[in-house]
Design a protein around this ligand. Structure first.
Ligand code: GCU
Length: 683
């Protein structure tokens, strides 16, 4: 098996004597007390990691034996007092939290948690400390995840394809069946549990014909097998469902959420699902969105639709995760008053408070669709009486499709740190999605996954950093991008400081580089329709999708102001509302998202808009050449397979960046007739 397959769980042999001697005694005897499936996974991972790093098998005890140096278990199962630990002091920890502590003159490490899941997370943390060469001598860590649901959405179809997948085929399905390669799913579960993911929906939000039947006994026995594997790693299984299921599965006349037969149908259906999967997580629902069926067909609203399913799931503790990606996808480009950016807020704000307790609204981070730069969705903060969660996209649909390098943690951090002012200063998005600001019963973060059946999971090996970074960031949004990048590199490529520094810089620069050579100043899109890779400035300009830049010979941008535009800026709380609405205070990077300005408009940087476009596009392409040079400097310092994989991707990125540079610059030169101040080549 190639190193790239193991991602950040390399557990490379510790060759440095200093560290080896410091750690090795801990690895000789280990105890994991208890034998639930999750604790078995914890023991498995611990044995595997230690064996691989120290080259010797640990002796395993199933009780807190004197001889064991690492002792893991729940608070109930290990004698905390014997190690001078006091349970009462750990009471603030949440259900998934844990303690890692050196005791008995630093000779033993206690790995203790409230739940089995916490033990598994703690074991991963311990192994991470070893991979990062942290000292264990005085280790004393009390840790709890900051978000409740930490979820991934697979956009996998049962024919084996992955919607917006850039790394091969699905690991879950082939030929309209559930895969028989359950080993790979187990390996995925290992990766996910190591970064704290605790929920996953295993099929595409667009639920097609065969997938609609995932909730029937045609497939439930096999879904249950997947759920069994994931459960042993602390991960709950969810399914995306088709709102029209009663019609499509059992030939009912209607799927009207208020129809008594439809209600009964869902109740029976849910009961059936729980017979196969007793801890089933619930449903993810894309309804009345991009031609998927929903309550609108029956003149009902989204609360009616979501509550129908919520009532059926409630007796079993299941959740409805209802997506807010609802907008008119048959817009007339001539119509300047309709604004797709407004849609989520306009649809869902009026329903605030109408959803049942076990419904969570899933909101994309921006109001459009995972562009390289968007403002934060104004729905965050606007919903005061409704459970809500964030939706990110780890898959790089609009950010280079895992050919181009784009480390997304800094983008996600900006979103989570955004202050909505919903309850005055300090009402940050991270405090909304962790449930604290509005005291939500259920909350969290989910994201579209970026993996497929490629040997290295993510196509571009460096895209593994996004999956790792996503998990780590949503576990603790206060980690910095630098910390996360460094953890990932050291666990993935080892300790050589020159490798660590070089790759870290590359990752941290990459989002801004990608933004430089693609769509400028927050305007977005300008991509090839359908597949969304590469430039096409007018690709979506005269389409039905509501994604326009409105460039003419005089200027560019979308007027979303309150006075003369679509009024979108008014969906924010003050002072964000005024900041975006006012040309003078709108940040440069979002200028064209909120305003239509002449090419000669001067940015806060002192440059005109047109000169900014030229400069960033020349610079972006040059920066890609620099990335390639930096990567070439690593040849021989990392294994050849991973080196070559990334090199090949960089060649594609360079081609892409040049194409973007030349098409964007040429387009705007031809539109505006304004020459580049530096006389560089524009076609
Ligand atoms: C984007 C993406 C689609 C996806 C949709 C969604 O529009 O291109 O493939 O189905 O988002 O999030 O539902």
């Amino acid at each position: 098996r190639q190193a790239s397959y193991d991602c950040w769980l390399q557990y490379e042999k510790i060759r440095d004597h200093e560290y080896y001697n410091q750690y090795v005694a801990y690895s000789r005897g280990i105890a994991v007390v208890g034998d639930s499936p999750i604790l078995k996974s914890a023991l498995d991972e611990l044995e595997r990691g230690l064996f691989s790093m120290f080259g010797q098998k640990s002796t395993v005890y199933n009780e807190a034996a004197k001889e064991a140096s690492i002792i893991a278990g729940t608070f109930e199962s290990i004698p905390l007092e014997d190690y001078g630990l006091n349970k009462a002091s750990l009471i603030n920890m949440n259900e998934e939290g844990y303690l890692l502590k050196a005791v008995k003159d630093e000779e033993k490490i206690i790995v203790a948690a409230k739940s089995d899941k916490g033990v598994l997370y703690a074991v991963h943390h311990l192994l991470r400390l070893l991979q990062l060469r942290e000292s264990l001598k005085q280790v004393n860590i009390v840790e709890s995840p900051k978000n409740q649901l930490r979820m991934l959405n697979q956009w996998d179809n049962m024919d084996g394809s992955v919607e917006r997948g850039y790394s091969g085929q699905s690991i879950f399905y082939e030929n309209h069946k559930i895969t028989t390669n359950l080993e790979r799913i187990k390996d995925y579960a290992r990766l996910l549990s190591s970064i704290g993911i605790n929920a996953i929906s295993i099929n595409n939000v667009n639920v097609w014909k065969v997938e609609t039947k995932l909730i029937t006994n045609d497939f439930l026995p096999d879904v249950a097998k997947i759920a069994d594997i994931l459960r042993a790693y602390g991960i709950k299984t969810f399914l995306s469902i088709n709102f029209a299921s009663p019609i499509e599965i059992d030939g009912l006349q209607t799927a009207d959420p208020l129809d008594p037969d439809v209600k009964t149908w869902w109740k029976n259906k849910v009961e059936e699902i729980y017979r196969y999967i007793p801890d089933f997580g619930g449903f993810v629902v894309k309804a009345d969105s991009e031609h998927r069926p929903g309550p609108f067909s029956y003149d009902r609203n989204h609360a009616d639709g979501a509550n129908l399913l919520a009532e059926a799931l409630e007796p079993f503790g299941g959740l409805v995760i209802w997506r807010c990606f609802v907008y008119n996808c048959l817009q007339d480009w001539r119509d300047r008053s309709t604004d797709r950016a407004r849609a989520a807020y306009d649809h869902f704000k009026p329903l605030d408070g109408d959803f049942l307790d076990n419904v969570i609204l899933q909101i994309k981070n921006g109001p459009m669709d995972f562009q390289v730069r968007e403002p934060v969705s104004p729905l965050f903060g606007a919903l005061e009486k409704t459970n809500q969660m964030m939706e990110f996209q780890v898959a790089q649909e609009y950010t280079g499709q895992q050919k181009d390098l784009c480390f997304l943690v800094p983008l996600w951090k900006e979103v989570l740190e955004f202050d909505t002012y919903a309850k005055g200063e300090g009402s940050k998005v991270k405090n909304i999605v962790n449930g604290s600001l509005f005291n939500d019963k259920f909350s969290g973060i989910c994201a579209v996954s970026n993996i497929g059946n490629d040997e290295n999971w993510t196509g571009n090996t460096l895209a593994q950093a996004n999956l790792y970074g996503y998990g780590r960031l949503i576990w603790n949004p206060d980690l910095t991008s630098e910390e996360i990048a460094e953890e990932w590199i050291r666990s993935t490529f080892g300790q050589d400081p020159s490798v660590v520094e070089q790759i870290k810089q590359m990752l941290l620069d990459s989002w801004s580089i990608y933004e430089n050579y693609t769509a400028p100043l927050g305007v977005g899109w300008m991509v090839n329709p359908h597949h969304h890779y590469g430039p096409n400035i007018d690709g979506y300009e005269y389409s039905v999708w509501g994604t326009y830049h409105f460039a003419d010979r005089d200027g560019i941008g979308v007027d979303r102001t309150i006075e003369t535009g679509t009024g979108y800026a008014g969906q924010y709380y003050s002072p964000n509302k005024e900041m975006y609405n006012n040309l003078e205070t709108c940040p440069d990077e979002l200028l064209l998202f909120f305003h239509h300005v002449p090419y000669t408009y001067k940015l806060k940087s002192g440059k005109t808009v047109i000169q900014h476009i030229y400069d960033t596009h020349f610079k972006g392409a040059e920066q890609v050449e620099e990335l390639i040079e930096k990567w070439n400097g690593l040849r021989g310092k990392i294994d050849e397979i991973r080196f070559v994989n990334v090199s090949e991707r960089f060649q594609l990125q360079l081609k892409n960046a040049k194409e973007w540079r030349d098409q964007v610059n040429t387009y705007f030169y031809r539109k505006s007739g304004i020459a580049d101040e530096n006389n560089r080549t524009i076609y």
